[in-house]
Design a protein around this ligand. Structure first.
Ligand code: NAD
Length: 285
């Protein structure tokens, strides 16, 4: 079997068109969605991510504000900037680019962001709301994965979803979103024994490990849906996922490539969350 490719770039483009239309609509009602991105230090990967977020905002007609802070900024100064943005009515989303320097406590920073402006969906209030099936800002990468499946008409209820990886930003929340959609969910991680036994039962396999080409054909059931979240560099310095695409695509039913798979969905859902926050602010006024 040769897998059908789930084209994240195309699906993201379609979603972005819908978002742009909605941005226009709420602009006519007097609100322009605004995203504030705080970048501490000069980590090159973070700089690229932040640039892409700004570009996406511009393309969709949203405002973006980039706040650059030096690596040695105090935690207190960062928290007071966030407090200022929490109270700024022109800002609907606040994103602090991670990772932060070691002297700043990440948890404290995330919890200082107003849950109403937490468009990354990392605040414990949003996570709790997501877990209990209430309306919430959903974390962007897991949310993007759900949209990829929805747009590909892949049903979820009753399916066995195996998630490899249990990070707070990808593995754990994506499993929860599948559970909310009536899947049976298994989590695997670095301490899991006999990984293959679990992954081979997956109707839908999510790889969020961070190891290049980690998932091989032997890990995958015939015809399974394989979602590759990884963004890695292989030995040759080339971008690659957590899934060995060449061999797994011969066995899977559907597969996301890297690049042009999950990646483009993450920023798209960030834009969606910012729009949603702006629309909600209209209702609160
Ligand atoms: P992480 O390092 O926080 O977590 C990795 C997880 O993999 C851990 O929970 C660990 O238990 C598990 N793991 C490690 N070795 C394992 C093994 N041998 N067997 C089974 N499980 C193992 O990573 P993360 O932040 O969740 O990111 C995972 C990957 O996804 C990375 O490549 C990252 O760059 C990528 N990522 C992509 C996007 C996107 O937009 N596409 C967003 C976030 C992360």
């Amino acid at each position: 079997m040769t897998a059908s490719i789930i084209n994240g770039k195309e699906i993201a483009a379609k979603k972005r068109m819908e978002i742009a239309e909605e941005v226009n609509r709420i602009k006519n009602l007097g609100v322009t969605p605004g995203l504030a991105v705080i970048l501490v230090g000069d980590n090159p990967a973070s700089q690229t991510y932040v640039k892409n977020k700004e570009k996406a905002c511009q393309e969709l007609g949203m405002n973006s504000v980039l706040i650059k802070m030096p690596e040695e900024i105090s935690e207190e100064s960062l928290l007071s900037k966030i407090a200022e943005l929490n109270n700024d009515p022109s800002i609907h989303g606040i994103l602090v680019q991670l990772p932060l320097p070691k002297h700043i406590e990440e948890k404290k920073v995330i919890e200082s962001i107003s849950p109403f402006k937490d468009v990354d969906g990392f605040h414990p209030i949003n996570i709790g709301r997501m877990m209990t099936g209430q309306d919430a800002f959903l974390p962007c990468t897991p949310y993007g994965i759900m949209v990829l499946l929805e747009e590909t008409d892949i049903s979820i209820a009753g399916k066995h979803v195996v998630v490899v990886g249990r990070s707070n930003i990808v593995g754990k929340p994506v499993g929860q979103l599948f559970l909310n959609k009536d899947a049976t969910v298994t989590y695997c991680h670095s301490k899991t024994k006999d990984l293959k036994i679990h992954t081979n039962q997956a109707d839908i396999l999510i790889a969020a490990v961070g190891i290049p080409n980690f998932i091989k054909a032997e890990h995958v059931k015939d015809g399974a849906v394989v979602i590759d979240v990884g963004i890695n560099r292989n030995e040759a310095g080339k971008l690659c996922g957590d899934v060995d695409f060449a061999e797994v695509s011969e066995k899977a039913g559907y597969i996301t490539p890297v690049p042009k798979g999950v990646g483009p969905m993450t920023i798209t859902m960030l834009m969606y969350n910012t729009l949603k926050s702006a629309a909600q602010s209209l209702n609160r006024n």
